[in-house]
Write a protein that binds this ligand. Structure first.
Ligand code: AVJ
Length: 326
Protein backbone atom coordinates (compact mmCIF):
# COMPACT_ATOMS: atom_id res chain seq x y z
CA UNK A 1 0.00 0.00 0.00
CA UNK A 2 1.30 3.47 -0.80
CA UNK A 3 1.71 6.09 1.89
CA UNK A 4 -1.14 8.08 0.34
CA UNK A 5 -3.48 5.08 0.46
CA UNK A 6 -2.52 4.32 4.04
CA UNK A 7 -3.41 7.84 5.08
CA UNK A 8 -6.93 7.23 3.77
CA UNK A 9 -7.53 4.41 6.25
CA UNK A 10 -10.02 5.25 8.99
CA UNK A 11 -8.49 5.69 12.41
CA UNK A 12 -11.65 5.04 14.44
CA UNK A 13 -13.71 1.88 14.54
CA UNK A 14 -17.47 2.08 14.19
CA UNK A 15 -19.40 1.66 17.40
CA UNK A 16 -20.98 -1.73 18.11
CA UNK A 17 -24.47 -0.44 17.51
CA UNK A 18 -23.75 1.08 14.13
CA UNK A 19 -21.81 -2.05 13.17
CA UNK A 20 -24.78 -4.22 14.08
CA UNK A 21 -27.01 -1.99 12.02
CA UNK A 22 -24.63 -2.14 9.07
CA UNK A 23 -24.56 -5.93 9.31
CA UNK A 24 -28.35 -6.09 9.21
CA UNK A 25 -28.60 -3.62 6.33
CA UNK A 26 -25.90 -5.34 4.26
CA UNK A 27 -27.28 -8.87 4.74
CA UNK A 28 -30.81 -7.73 3.95
CA UNK A 29 -29.74 -5.92 0.77
CA UNK A 30 -27.49 -8.74 -0.45
CA UNK A 31 -30.36 -11.20 -0.15
CA UNK A 32 -32.71 -8.96 -2.12
CA UNK A 33 -34.44 -10.26 -5.26
CA UNK A 34 -34.69 -9.88 -8.22
CA UNK A 35 -31.44 -7.96 -7.84
CA UNK A 36 -28.94 -8.09 -5.02
CA UNK A 37 -28.02 -4.72 -3.61
CA UNK A 38 -25.67 -3.09 -1.13
CA UNK A 39 -26.76 -0.02 0.84
CA UNK A 40 -25.56 3.19 -0.79
CA UNK A 41 -24.86 5.06 2.45
CA UNK A 42 -22.01 2.69 3.34
CA UNK A 43 -19.99 3.88 0.33
CA UNK A 44 -18.82 6.76 2.51
CA UNK A 45 -16.26 5.46 4.98
CA UNK A 46 -13.09 7.56 5.29
CA UNK A 47 -11.58 6.11 2.13
CA UNK A 48 -14.90 6.26 0.25
CA UNK A 49 -15.33 9.92 1.19
CA UNK A 50 -11.80 10.69 -0.01
CA UNK A 51 -12.49 8.88 -3.29
CA UNK A 52 -15.76 10.77 -3.67
CA UNK A 53 -13.84 14.04 -3.24
CA UNK A 54 -11.61 12.90 -6.12
CA UNK A 55 -14.68 12.03 -8.23
CA UNK A 56 -15.84 15.63 -7.80
CA UNK A 57 -12.61 16.80 -9.47
CA UNK A 58 -12.83 14.43 -12.46
CA UNK A 59 -13.22 15.97 -15.93
CA UNK A 60 -16.22 13.69 -16.66
CA UNK A 61 -18.01 14.36 -13.36
CA UNK A 62 -19.82 17.62 -14.10
CA UNK A 63 -22.38 17.86 -11.21
CA UNK A 64 -20.17 19.32 -8.48
CA UNK A 65 -18.56 22.05 -10.56
CA UNK A 66 -21.84 22.84 -12.31
CA UNK A 67 -23.73 23.28 -9.03
CA UNK A 68 -20.89 25.36 -7.65
CA UNK A 69 -20.98 27.62 -10.72
CA UNK A 70 -24.76 28.02 -10.31
CA UNK A 71 -24.20 28.95 -6.65
CA UNK A 72 -21.47 31.41 -7.58
CA UNK A 73 -23.68 33.05 -10.20
CA UNK A 74 -26.84 33.28 -8.12
CA UNK A 75 -25.93 33.13 -4.45
CA UNK A 76 -27.17 36.66 -3.79
CA UNK A 77 -30.62 35.83 -5.18
CA UNK A 78 -30.64 32.57 -3.25
CA UNK A 79 -29.77 34.39 -0.05
CA UNK A 80 -32.59 36.87 -0.65
CA UNK A 81 -34.96 33.95 -1.18
CA UNK A 82 -33.84 32.32 2.06
CA UNK A 83 -34.34 35.60 3.91
CA UNK A 84 -33.19 37.08 7.20
CA UNK A 85 -32.52 35.27 10.46
CA UNK A 86 -32.88 31.86 8.88
CA UNK A 87 -31.79 28.69 10.59
CA UNK A 88 -30.16 26.68 7.81
CA UNK A 89 -30.34 22.91 8.24
CA UNK A 90 -27.88 21.15 5.98
CA UNK A 91 -28.66 17.51 5.26
CA UNK A 92 -25.33 15.69 4.96
CA UNK A 93 -22.35 17.88 5.73
CA UNK A 94 -20.47 17.12 2.53
CA UNK A 95 -20.25 20.36 0.65
CA UNK A 96 -18.53 22.93 2.82
CA UNK A 97 -17.71 25.33 -0.03
CA UNK A 98 -21.32 25.72 -1.17
CA UNK A 99 -22.62 25.98 2.38
CA UNK A 100 -20.05 28.59 3.26
CA UNK A 101 -20.89 30.65 0.18
CA UNK A 102 -24.57 30.58 1.05
CA UNK A 103 -24.02 31.49 4.72
CA UNK A 104 -21.61 34.30 3.80
CA UNK A 105 -24.33 35.84 1.72
CA UNK A 106 -27.21 35.49 4.21
CA UNK A 107 -28.52 38.41 6.20
CA UNK A 108 -28.21 37.77 9.95
CA UNK A 109 -28.33 33.94 9.79
CA UNK A 110 -29.67 32.49 13.05
CA UNK A 111 -27.36 29.50 12.74
CA UNK A 112 -26.45 26.47 10.73
CA UNK A 113 -27.35 22.92 11.74
CA UNK A 114 -25.12 20.30 10.08
CA UNK A 115 -26.57 16.79 10.05
CA UNK A 116 -24.42 13.79 9.24
CA UNK A 117 -24.25 10.16 10.22
CA UNK A 118 -20.45 10.11 10.40
CA UNK A 119 -19.41 11.74 13.68
CA UNK A 120 -15.77 12.36 12.74
CA UNK A 121 -16.60 13.80 9.34
CA UNK A 122 -19.34 15.95 10.88
CA UNK A 123 -17.20 17.37 13.65
CA UNK A 124 -14.43 18.19 11.20
CA UNK A 125 -16.84 20.00 8.84
CA UNK A 126 -18.51 21.83 11.73
CA UNK A 127 -15.18 23.00 13.17
CA UNK A 128 -14.03 24.22 9.77
CA UNK A 129 -17.26 26.09 9.11
CA UNK A 130 -17.29 27.69 12.58
CA UNK A 131 -13.70 28.76 12.00
CA UNK A 132 -14.44 30.32 8.61
CA UNK A 133 -17.65 32.02 9.72
CA UNK A 134 -17.21 33.17 13.31
CA UNK A 135 -20.49 35.11 13.22
CA UNK A 136 -22.55 31.98 12.48
CA UNK A 137 -23.51 29.56 15.25
CA UNK A 138 -22.78 26.06 13.93
CA UNK A 139 -24.77 23.22 15.46
CA UNK A 140 -23.65 19.70 14.53
CA UNK A 141 -26.13 16.82 14.84
CA UNK A 142 -25.03 13.20 14.49
CA UNK A 143 -28.05 11.57 12.88
CA UNK A 144 -29.28 9.55 9.96
CA UNK A 145 -31.27 12.22 8.17
CA UNK A 146 -33.57 9.68 6.52
CA UNK A 147 -35.38 9.39 9.88
CA UNK A 148 -36.85 12.30 11.88
CA UNK A 149 -34.33 13.97 14.22
CA UNK A 150 -34.54 16.84 16.70
CA UNK A 151 -33.35 20.25 15.45
CA UNK A 152 -31.30 22.11 18.09
CA UNK A 153 -32.12 25.75 18.88
CA UNK A 154 -29.48 28.39 18.29
CA UNK A 155 -29.04 31.31 20.70
CA UNK A 156 -30.41 33.79 18.15
CA UNK A 157 -34.13 34.10 17.36
CA UNK A 158 -35.13 32.06 14.30
CA UNK A 159 -37.42 33.63 11.73
CA UNK A 160 -37.69 30.56 9.54
CA UNK A 161 -36.07 27.20 9.07
CA UNK A 162 -34.58 26.37 5.68
CA UNK A 163 -33.28 22.94 4.71
CA UNK A 164 -30.23 23.02 2.43
CA UNK A 165 -29.72 19.78 0.51
CA UNK A 166 -27.10 20.29 -2.20
CA UNK A 167 -25.19 17.80 -4.35
CA UNK A 168 -28.19 16.01 -5.89
CA UNK A 169 -28.08 13.52 -3.04
CA UNK A 170 -31.89 13.39 -3.34
CA UNK A 171 -31.15 11.40 -6.53
CA UNK A 172 -29.96 8.44 -4.47
CA UNK A 173 -33.53 7.83 -3.33
CA UNK A 174 -36.30 6.09 -5.22
CA UNK A 175 -39.14 8.54 -6.01
CA UNK A 176 -41.34 7.21 -3.18
CA UNK A 177 -38.44 7.43 -0.71
CA UNK A 178 -37.59 10.91 -2.00
CA UNK A 179 -41.20 11.99 -1.45
CA UNK A 180 -41.08 10.72 2.12
CA UNK A 181 -37.82 12.55 2.77
CA UNK A 182 -39.25 15.76 1.28
CA UNK A 183 -42.32 15.32 3.53
CA UNK A 184 -40.09 14.92 6.57
CA UNK A 185 -38.27 18.13 5.64
CA UNK A 186 -41.59 19.97 5.24
CA UNK A 187 -42.71 18.82 8.68
CA UNK A 188 -39.37 19.85 10.14
CA UNK A 189 -39.37 23.43 8.84
CA UNK A 190 -43.10 24.03 9.37
CA UNK A 191 -45.39 26.41 7.46
CA UNK A 192 -43.44 29.10 5.63
CA UNK A 193 -40.21 27.16 5.94
CA UNK A 194 -37.87 26.75 2.98
CA UNK A 195 -35.92 24.19 1.01
CA UNK A 196 -32.90 24.93 -1.17
CA UNK A 197 -32.04 21.76 -3.05
CA UNK A 198 -29.79 20.71 -5.92
CA UNK A 199 -30.84 18.16 -8.52
CA UNK A 200 -29.00 16.70 -11.45
CA UNK A 201 -31.01 17.00 -14.67
CA UNK A 202 -31.73 14.62 -17.54
CA UNK A 203 -29.34 14.89 -20.45
CA UNK A 204 -27.52 12.96 -23.18
CA UNK A 205 -27.02 9.41 -21.82
CA UNK A 206 -23.42 9.43 -23.12
CA UNK A 207 -22.61 12.39 -20.86
CA UNK A 208 -24.27 10.67 -17.90
CA UNK A 209 -22.59 7.32 -18.41
CA UNK A 210 -19.17 8.94 -18.84
CA UNK A 211 -19.65 10.77 -15.53
CA UNK A 212 -20.09 7.46 -13.69
CA UNK A 213 -17.56 5.39 -15.69
CA UNK A 214 -14.58 7.73 -15.62
CA UNK A 215 -11.45 6.95 -17.60
CA UNK A 216 -9.17 7.03 -14.55
CA UNK A 217 -11.26 4.45 -12.72
CA UNK A 218 -11.83 6.56 -9.63
CA UNK A 219 -15.56 5.76 -9.61
CA UNK A 220 -14.71 2.06 -9.98
CA UNK A 221 -12.41 2.31 -6.95
CA UNK A 222 -15.12 4.18 -5.03
CA UNK A 223 -17.66 1.47 -5.84
CA UNK A 224 -15.34 -1.45 -5.03
CA UNK A 225 -14.25 0.21 -1.79
CA UNK A 226 -17.67 -0.76 -0.46
CA UNK A 227 -16.69 -4.43 -0.76
CA UNK A 228 -13.38 -3.70 0.92
CA UNK A 229 -15.14 -1.95 3.76
CA UNK A 230 -17.53 -4.87 4.24
CA UNK A 231 -14.61 -7.32 4.19
CA UNK A 232 -12.90 -5.36 6.92
CA UNK A 233 -15.78 -4.27 9.12
CA UNK A 234 -18.21 -7.16 8.85
CA UNK A 235 -15.81 -10.01 8.17
CA UNK A 236 -16.37 -10.95 4.53
CA UNK A 237 -14.25 -12.39 1.76
CA UNK A 238 -15.17 -10.30 -1.26
CA UNK A 239 -12.31 -10.44 -3.74
CA UNK A 240 -12.32 -7.03 -5.43
CA UNK A 241 -10.71 -8.44 -8.58
CA UNK A 242 -13.69 -10.76 -9.04
CA UNK A 243 -16.00 -7.76 -9.60
CA UNK A 244 -16.30 -5.24 -12.37
CA UNK A 245 -17.63 -1.72 -11.88
CA UNK A 246 -20.30 -0.57 -14.30
CA UNK A 247 -22.76 2.30 -14.33
CA UNK A 248 -25.68 2.21 -16.74
CA UNK A 249 -28.29 4.83 -17.52
CA UNK A 250 -31.91 3.72 -17.68
CA UNK A 251 -33.42 6.33 -19.95
CA UNK A 252 -36.98 5.21 -19.24
CA UNK A 253 -36.64 5.71 -15.49
CA UNK A 254 -34.12 8.57 -15.76
CA UNK A 255 -31.55 7.08 -13.48
CA UNK A 256 -27.99 5.83 -13.31
CA UNK A 257 -27.58 2.47 -11.63
CA UNK A 258 -24.15 1.76 -10.25
CA UNK A 259 -23.35 -1.95 -10.26
CA UNK A 260 -20.67 -4.40 -9.21
CA UNK A 261 -20.77 -7.31 -11.61
CA UNK A 262 -19.51 -10.72 -10.58
CA UNK A 263 -16.94 -11.73 -13.22
CA UNK A 264 -17.50 -15.43 -12.54
CA UNK A 265 -19.72 -17.79 -10.57
CA UNK A 266 -18.52 -17.41 -7.01
CA UNK A 267 -19.64 -17.82 -3.47
CA UNK A 268 -18.92 -15.14 -0.89
CA UNK A 269 -19.13 -15.27 2.87
CA UNK A 270 -20.43 -12.16 4.63
CA UNK A 271 -20.78 -12.02 8.43
CA UNK A 272 -21.17 -15.78 8.64
CA UNK A 273 -23.61 -16.09 5.75
CA UNK A 274 -23.04 -17.44 2.29
CA UNK A 275 -24.19 -15.85 -0.97
CA UNK A 276 -23.84 -17.59 -4.34
CA UNK A 277 -23.36 -15.24 -7.27
CA UNK A 278 -23.78 -16.30 -10.87
CA UNK A 279 -21.31 -15.29 -13.58
CA UNK A 280 -22.35 -11.82 -14.74
CA UNK A 281 -24.70 -11.27 -11.80
CA UNK A 282 -24.90 -7.61 -10.73
CA UNK A 283 -25.05 -6.17 -7.22
CA UNK A 284 -26.61 -2.71 -7.32
CA UNK A 285 -24.88 -0.21 -5.03
CA UNK A 286 -26.47 3.10 -5.98
CA UNK A 287 -29.22 4.87 -7.86
CA UNK A 288 -28.66 8.37 -9.11
CA UNK A 289 -31.95 9.76 -10.35
CA UNK A 290 -31.97 12.52 -12.93
CA UNK A 291 -35.00 14.80 -13.04
CA UNK A 292 -36.59 17.33 -15.29
CA UNK A 293 -37.39 20.58 -13.50
CA UNK A 294 -41.13 19.89 -13.88
CA UNK A 295 -40.80 16.27 -12.79
CA UNK A 296 -38.95 17.31 -9.66
CA UNK A 297 -41.53 19.99 -8.87
CA UNK A 298 -44.27 17.36 -9.14
CA UNK A 299 -42.47 15.25 -6.57
CA UNK A 300 -42.11 18.31 -4.35
CA UNK A 301 -45.78 19.24 -4.70
CA UNK A 302 -46.74 15.77 -3.46
CA UNK A 303 -44.66 16.49 -0.34
CA UNK A 304 -46.14 19.93 0.40
CA UNK A 305 -43.58 22.16 -1.31
CA UNK A 306 -44.30 25.01 -3.71
CA UNK A 307 -41.49 26.10 -6.07
CA UNK A 308 -40.40 29.74 -5.73
CA UNK A 309 -37.32 29.87 -7.92
CA UNK A 310 -35.03 27.66 -9.94
CA UNK A 311 -31.51 28.40 -11.13
CA UNK A 312 -29.65 26.41 -13.74
CA UNK A 313 -26.49 26.52 -15.87
CA UNK A 314 -26.42 27.44 -19.55
CA UNK A 315 -26.48 23.77 -20.64
CA UNK A 316 -29.32 23.04 -18.19
CA UNK A 317 -27.35 20.12 -16.75
CA UNK A 318 -28.09 20.86 -13.09
CA UNK A 319 -30.68 22.83 -11.15
CA UNK A 320 -30.88 24.48 -7.74
CA UNK A 321 -34.47 24.94 -6.54
CA UNK A 322 -35.90 27.15 -3.81
CA UNK A 323 -39.24 25.95 -2.44
CA UNK A 324 -41.60 27.05 0.29
CA UNK A 325 -43.73 24.86 2.48
CA UNK A 326 -47.23 25.47 1.21
C1 AVJ B 1 -23.31 12.21 -4.07
C2 AVJ B 1 -25.20 10.92 -4.70
C3 AVJ B 1 -24.78 13.00 -5.76
O1 AVJ B 1 -25.12 10.32 -7.56
O2 AVJ B 1 -23.71 11.60 -8.56
C4 AVJ B 1 -20.85 9.92 -7.79
C5 AVJ B 1 -22.60 9.93 -5.88
N1 AVJ B 1 -21.72 8.04 -7.27
N2 AVJ B 1 -20.32 8.98 -8.59
C6 AVJ B 1 -24.10 11.00 -7.57
C7 AVJ B 1 -21.74 9.33 -6.95
C8 AVJ B 1 -20.84 7.83 -8.25
C9 AVJ B 1 -23.30 11.18 -6.28
N3 AVJ B 1 -24.14 11.80 -5.20
Amino acid sequence: MTAAARRLEPTTAASDRSLERMRRDVLEALGRRPMRELPTQYLYDARGSALFDRICELPEYYPTRTELAIMEGHVAAMARGVGERALVIEYGSGSSIKTRRLLEELRAPAGCVLVDISREHLLRSAARLADELPHVEVLPVVADFTAPFAVPSPRAAVRRRVVYFPGSTIGNFLPEQATRLLQQMAAQVGPGGGLLIGTDLRKDPAVLEAAYNDAQGVTAAFNKNLLRRIDRELGANFDLRAFEHRAIYDQELGRIEMLLISREAQSVRVAGRRFDLAAGEPIRTEYSHKYTVDGFHELCAAAGWRPEAVWTDEKAWFAVHLLRQA
